[in-house]
Ligand binder design. Structure first.
Ligand code: ZN
Length: 211
């Protein structure tokens, strides 16, 4: 996790590394983020009472990439009560971008994906106002979702979407929000789901007197 000052607030960055499973010998290292936090939430939410638009740009490394990403958004919507609206490639609140270390230096080294959000302070609260998920299309993961076995792109999507909605890393390797995707954390665990509820509709709307 990285805190970095920006002109319009603060950018929160989540970093995911991938760990090679038995059938993924060519994937990146097993390094994890420095300074693992244990609390599991950034403390910044989107307003769950308004739809959040998202787009997917760049060339997916496999044919069903967009369909799988949309499924991951639906999973997060179900767990949070939030509404996500896919708008193709048009302007959106959230951009998912397939990229590579050659064009995105932030994806060099043991990093498979990064999620950042722009946040704004108003009415005494912090609110997410935009999001960017960058995925390294050169990482050779199994496609789709799976309940067990070698790690998949689906896990990466669920992890990054967790960051997008305000979840931080946790220390339990059984949870998707552990900073390494493993054969043990294919699906959101009980802790993930509890934290997703905590940032979602059940926590109420984010009041904004300017809306
Ligand atoms: Zn992460």
């Amino acid at each position: 996790m990285l805190f970095r000052p920006a002109l319009l607030g603060i950018v929160l960055a989540g970093v995911l590394t991938v760990s090679p499973g038995p059938a993924d010998p060519a994937t990146k290292s097993t390094a994890v983020d420095r300074g693992l936090p244990a609390y599991g939430l950034y403390g910044v939410r989107w307003d769950p009472c308004h739809p959040i638009t998202y787009r997917i740009v760049g060339r997916s490394p496999y044919a069903a990439g967009t369909r799988n990403l949309r499924r991951a958004f639906r999973t997060v919507a179900a767990a949070t009560g939030m509404t996500f609206v896919y708008v193709g490639r048009r302007a959106a609140d959230v951009t998912v971008r397939w990229s590579s270390p050659a064009t995105t230096p932030d994806l060099r080294g043991p990093v498979a994906a990064r999620t950042t959000t722009d946040i704004d302070q108003h009415d005494g609260v912090w609110e997410n106002t935009a999001g960017l998920i960058r995925l390294d299309r050169t990482v050779g993961l199994r496609t789709g979702f799976a309940p067990t076995g070698p790690i998949t792109w689906g896990q990466v999507y669920l992890h990054e979407l967790g960051h997008l909605v305000g979840l931080d890393h946790v220390l339990e390797p059984s949870q998707v929000m552990y900073p390494v995707v493993l054969p043990t954390n294919h699906r959101y665990g009980s802790g993930d789901l509890r934290r997703l509820r905590m940032v979602g509709r059940a926590a109420g709307c984010v009041r904004n007197s300017q809306r």
